[in-house]
Design a protein. Structure first.
Length: 264
């Protein structure tokens, strides 16, 4: 069997069309949407809605400013739109139409934090199976899937009145419950990594992303062959072994255009 695995597609539909070439199946680990394009400021949903100059300033504040500065500037941008939620919804649907049409191989997908999973059923055809807290058998191996990312400790998930977008962030208890429901796995497929420091630290952003202790506990308990994930675009380490399990960041697909190849 040959399975290709991608994560953090972020709008790269052209590369996604080729991701399944030569594979028996394609596994997609989320972050399909290109919401803020930090390299090409005129692209992504915010680029389409606000233009390159404003997105450039937003990106500068994310790099150099405080969180309060960034949030305040973001709110001034959204306030310029008559119906921000409708504008974002239209842009998301346009991206999803192209992205799901690009999945040509039999596909098993779970959402990332930069996704709107409630909309996925509208775009998935017979060749795409969406799994979140569920398992599927591919080529005789049992693959388990958990999507989204974990909310920071103490943060309550809520949609601010008038906000146009809410990422797929899950309360820790909800995420852990989805992990706990998976058993007898050969391959663990998630958007975020297990809580291993070398796998969660982004060397360009110079910060640690939130990994999952529940995923690490599952790995230590069940010892699947592989733990596959994305989310951290420039990790300190792309792989680590935990017991018998090969933990692997499959790469920032938007930039590389290359899937991670799994063979058995």
């Amino acid at each position: 069997m040959r399975v290709h695995v991608v994560s953090d597609v972020h709008g790269n539909a052209d590369a996604l069309k080729r991701a399944g070439d030569g594979a028996d199946a394609l596994v997609v680990l989320g972050d399909l949407l290109d919401f803020v394009n930090y390299h090409d400021h005129d692209k992504g949903i915010m680029g389409v809605l606000f233009g390159a100059d404003k997105v450039g300033e937003f990106a500068r504040l994310r790099r150099e400013g405080t969180r309060e500065d960034t949030v305040a500037y973001s709110r001034t941008l959204w306030a310029t739109l008559a119906d921000p939620a409708a504008a974002v919804d239209e842009a998301i649907r346009e991206q999803y139409a192209a992205l799901f049409a690009a999945m040509t191989a039999p596909t098993y997908a779970t959402p990332g934090n930069v996704d709107a999973p409630a909309l996925w059923p509208e775009f998935t055809g017979s060749g795409v199976q969406v799994l979140d807290g569920e398992a599927a058998v591919i080529g005789g191996l049992r693959f388990g899937f958990v999507g989204g990312a974990v909310l920071p400790e103490g943060v309550v998930p809520r949609l601010r009145k008038g906000a146009a977008w809410r990422p797929y962030l899950r309360a820790r208890e909800e995420f852990d419950e989805a992990v706990a429901g998976l058993a007898d796995l050969d391959v663990l497929c998630t958007h975020i990594p297990p809580a291993v420091p070398e796998l969660t630290y982004d060397v360009i952003a110079r910060r640690s992303e939130l990994g999952s202790q529940a995923l690490l506990r599952l790995i230590r308990r069940q010892q699947p062959r592989w733990s596959l994930f994305g989310h951290v675009h420039q990790p300190l380490a792309a792989r680590r072994r935990v017991g018998r399990t090969e933990c692997r960041n499959v790469g920032h697909f938007k930039e590389t255009g290359q899937p991670y190849v799994l063979r058995w």
